[in-house]
Design a protein around this ligand. Structure first.
Ligand code: HEM
Length: 459
C-alpha cells in the first residue's frame, strides 16, 4: 500500500501556487489524485501535509482526534502565531486546549447567543443609517464593521467608546494588509514577517501590533482593577478563571486569547456575508425568493430570521460554494493505519480540505452553480457540509457565525433595497488564510423598504 501521492512540482513552486492560486492548486490535484494527496501548503521546513476530501475519511479523522489514532496539536499552527500570539486556543493542545475551549465556548451558544440577536440587528440597522452615501464602493467594509462590533460586544461586552473605536480601526488595518494573495504571502514565508525597514510589511504589521497590544493590555489592567461579577463577556470570564492550583491567566494569556477571538470572529464572518450579499444580488431569482420569504413575516425578529428555511439555505450555500476556510487545522497521525486505501504513518499531518469536499460532484451536482435549494432537497452529514471543520477543534464560533449571517442578511434585505453595481462574475481569491472575493464588490442603496407596505420608498 502506498502513501498519498505527492505532486512532482518542486516544493517551493507548490507553496507559491497555494499562495497565489489556492483554488487552482486544489482543483488540479483533486483531478489528478482524487480523495487524498500530499502538498507543500506551508514553507517552514515542515513535511508535506495530507489534504483529504473524502467525507468518510474525514469523519474517521475528526471522530478520532482526541488521542490514540489522531491528535490535534497546537504547535503545528505556528503559521498564525505572529498574528495571534502563543497562548491561545489555536496554539494549545490536549487537556489545556479542552479546558480553554470550555472557558470561551458558552457565550457563543444557547441562551447567551440568543441575547446577541437583538444586538446584531441593532448594530446592522445603525450602520445602515450611518451610510450617508448611496454608493457602497466595497460592501465588505460594511460587513467588516458589523462583524467587528458584534465580536467586540461578545469579547468585551461593549463596542462603543474611544478604546474600542481604536481597536476596530487597528484590527481593520492589520487585516487589510493581507487582503491580496501577494500580501498574504507573509503568512507562508516567515522571513517576510521580519522588520526589514519602514517600508516592509513586517515593520508595518509590528507597528500596528504594538499599538493594538497597548490597547488590549490597558483594557485588561482596567478590568482587573475593577472586577464586576455581573458581567458575562468573555474577558470577564477569562479574568475570573483559575486553574487547579488557583492561578489565574497572565496578561499575555489574556491578550493572546482576546486577539484570537477578535481576529477569527470577525474576518471570516465578514467574508461570508460579503459573498452572501453578492450571490443574492447576482442571481435575481434567489433574491426574489428570499424577499418573498422575508416579507411573509410582518415584523421579523432575530429569532424569526434564524428559523427561515430559505434564508438558512442561502447562508449554507454561501458557505459551501466558496468555503471561507479552505482547510481544517492539521491532525497528527499517532499510529500506523490505512485510510482510503493509503498507508498513513505516525507523525504525518492530515487536514480536511473543506473547499474540495464542498466541490464534490457526487455530493453537489454542478458544484459551481449557486443553488440554495440543494439544502432544502437533502440533508448533508457534518462531514459532507463542514464549513466550520469538526472534531476537537470545531470552530468555537460556528453557532454565532450562522446566527449572525442570517440576522444581518435578513435585516439588510428587509430594510433596504440594494442594487449590485459589480456586474461581472467575481472569482474567489486568497485573503490571508481565507478565500474571499477577488475584488471589491460595489452596491448601490436604491431605496428603503417599509414593513407595512413592502413598497419601495425613495432614500
Ligand atoms: C463564517 C465564519 C467562520 C468560518 C467559516 C470558520 C471556520 C473555522 C474552521 C474551519 C476552523 C477549524 C476547525 C477544525 O480544525 O476542525 C475554525 C476554528 C476556530 N474558529 Fe472559526 N469560523 C468562523 C467564524 C468564527 C467566529 C465567529 C469565531 C469566534 C467567535 C471563530 C473562532 C474560531 C476559533 C477560536 C477556532 C479555533 C478552535 C480551536 O482551535 O479549538 N470562528 N473556524
Amino acid at each position: 500500500m502506498s502513501t498519498p501521492a505527492l505532486p512532482t512540482t518542486p516544493a517551493l513552486f507548490q507553496t507559491m501556487q497555494w499562495i497565489f492560486n489556492p483554488v487552482g492548486y486544489m482543483n488540479t490535484n483533486f483531478k489528478r489524485y482524487g480523495d487524498m494527496f500530499r502538498g507543500y501548503v506551508t514553507w517552514d521546513g515542515m513535511d508535506p501535509l495530507i489534504l483529504v476530501n473524502e467525507p468518510k475519511a474525514i469523519q474517521y479523522i475528526l471522530t478520532h482526534d482526541t488521542g490514540g489514532k489522531f491528535t490535534s496539536p497546537g504547535d503545528v499552527n505556528k503559521i498564525l502565531e505572529p498574528l495571534l500570539g502563543q497562548q491561545n486556543l489555536v496554539m494549545m493542545s490536549g487537556r489545556q486546549h479542552q479546558n480553554r475551549r470550555q472557558l470561551v465556548m458558552p457565550p457563543f451558544h444557547g441562551e447567551r447567543l440568543k441575547a446577541f440577536g437583538q444586538i446584531i440587528q441593532t448594530i446592522t440597522t445603525d450602520l445602515m443609517a450611518e451610510w450617508a452615501t448611496q454608493e457602497i464602493k466595497n460592501i465588505r467594509k460594511l460587513m467588516q464593521k458589523i462583524t467587528m462590533r458584534v465580536i467586540l460586544e461578545a469579547v468585551f461586552g461593549l463596542y462603543q467608546g474611544e478604546r474600542y473605536s481604536q481597536l476596530e480601526r487597528l484590527l481593520g488595518e492589520r487585516l487589510e494588509m493581507t487582503n491580496s494573495p501577494l500580501t498574504s504571502a507573509v503568512f507562508f514565508l516567515p522571513w517576510l514577517q521580519k522588520d526589514w525597514g519602514p517600508w516592509s510589511i513586517g515593520h508595518r504589521t509590528q507597528k500596528i501590533a504594538a499599538k493594538t497590544d497597548e490597547l488590549l493590555f490597558a483594557e485588561i489592567e482596567e478590568r482587573r482593577a475593577n472586577p464586576d461579577p455581573d458581567r458575562v463577556d468573555i474577558l470577564s470570564m477569562l479574568l475570573a478563571a483559575k486553574d487547579e492550583e488557583g492561578n489565574g491567566l497572565s496578561d499575555q494569556d489574556l491578550r493572546d486569547e482576546l486577539m484570537t477571538l477578535l481576529v477569527a470572529g470577525h474576518e471570516t464572518t465578514a467574508t461570508a456575508l460579503t459573498w452572501a450579499m453578492y450571490w443574492t444580488h447576482f442571481l435575481p431569482d434567489v433574491k426574489q425568493k428570499l424577499l418573498e420569504e422575508l416579507d411573509s413575516n410582518a415584523t421579523p425578529t432575530p429569532e424569526t430570521f434564524a428559523q427561515l428555511p430559505y434564508l438558512t439555505a442561502v447562508c449554507n450555500e454561501t458557505l459551501r460554494i466558496h468555503s471561507v476556510a479552505m482547510l481544517t487545522f492539521p491532525r497528527r497521525v499517532e499510529e500506523p493505519m490505512e485510510l482510503c486505501g493509503y498507508q498513513l504513518e505516525p507523525g504525518m499531518l492530515v487536514m480536511g480540505c473543506i473547499y474540495l469536499v464542498h466541490q464534490r460532484e457526487d455530493l453537489y451536482p454542478n458544484p459551481q452553480q449557486f443553488r440554495p435549494e440543494r439544502f432544502l432537497e437533502r440533508q448533508f452529514t457534518p462531514y459532507e457540509f463542514m464549513p466550520f471543520g469538526g472534531g476537537v477543534r470545531r470552530c468555537v464560533g460556528y453557532a454565532l457565525a450562522q446566527y449572525e449571517m442570517k440576522i444581518v442578511l435578513g435585516t439588510l434585505l428587509t430594510q433596504c433595497n440594494f442594487e449590485l453595481l459589480t456586474n461581472q462574475p467575481v472569482q474567489p481569491s486568497r485573503r490571508g488564510a481565507t478565500l474571499g472575493p477577488s475584488k471589491p464588490i460595489r452596491f448601490q442603496k436604491v431605496g428603503l423598504r417599509t414593513q407595512s407596505s413592502k413598497t419601495l420608498q425613495p432614500v
